[in-house]
Design a protein around this ligand. Sequence first.
Ligand code: NAP
Length: 245
Amino acid sequence: MKWHQTNALVTGGTRGIGRALVDLLVEKGAAVIATGRTSASVDQARQACPQVNWLVFDQSDENQRAELLAHVQGRGVNLLIHNAGVQQLHDFTLKDETLHFSTELETAINFVGPVELTRGMLPHMRDQADARVVFVTSGLALAPKRSSPVYCANKAGLRSFAKSLRAQLRHANLPIGVTEALPPLVDTDMTKGRGRGKISPQAAASQIVRGIESGKSEIYVGASALLRVISRISPALAEAIMINR
Ligand SMILES: NC(=O)c1ccc[n+]([C@@H]2O[C@H](COP(=O)([O-])OP(=O)(O)OC[C@H]3O[C@@H](n4cnc5c(N)ncnc54)[C@H](OP(=O)(O)O)[C@@H]3O)[C@@H](O)[C@H]2O)c1
């Protein structure tokens, strides 16, 4: 990846891992378009990082996906990083579970959004040099935890989609790389107040960017690398380790 010739589009760039990715890409010399869901967070990010082209974008919304595609047309995007995501806790055993997020909405954000945005972006990317689509999934795509079943299923689904997409692009001889990045627990708003042994968003972003630089298909960030080894030796053990996290 030649960073000075990189035009990146990063979803969910206003906070957490996405923001650390944006900062690092800018530092490396890439031109960056980045999105956030709310205008408040986008305004804040724009003030802190004015060299980025910031856009408000809700990826669960079909119309907003079409608007984003229209906006990036002709801008030579050759690096698409699907980072935006949400994680909701659900207990399906509770009779009166009040979901503040429907499973449809959670799935639209975490799975349908990146898949459909990829579909729309591929025609723009197929003639770009060094083109690459990156999916930020999770170590939980390897083995789920009990407390967020929809999120884990969404991430495992996105992992599976990335594998098929990679094979389709190879089969069609289209020179667009596909990378899946699997972070472990990272210290962001998503994990506020829970979990131990978190790594910083900057540490996660730097491993992801290094993996993109080397053209890796899969980037096992931090402890996800150990989880991958365990899941290869014993999927049952990996599941036992993760299920009550
Ligand atoms: N944190 C972890 O431990 C961890 C571990 C493994 C994988 N991941 C994955 O890494 C990615 C980033 O996570 P994070 O912890 O950095 O998240 P975060 O701090 O909660 O930030 C989420 C980002 O996504 C945006 N976003 C939220 N809903 C959206 C929607 N409907 N459409 C478009 N953008 C939306 C947010 O925009 P606003 O600022 O406007 O709300 C924000 O920029 C996610 O895909 C997550 O699943 C995280």
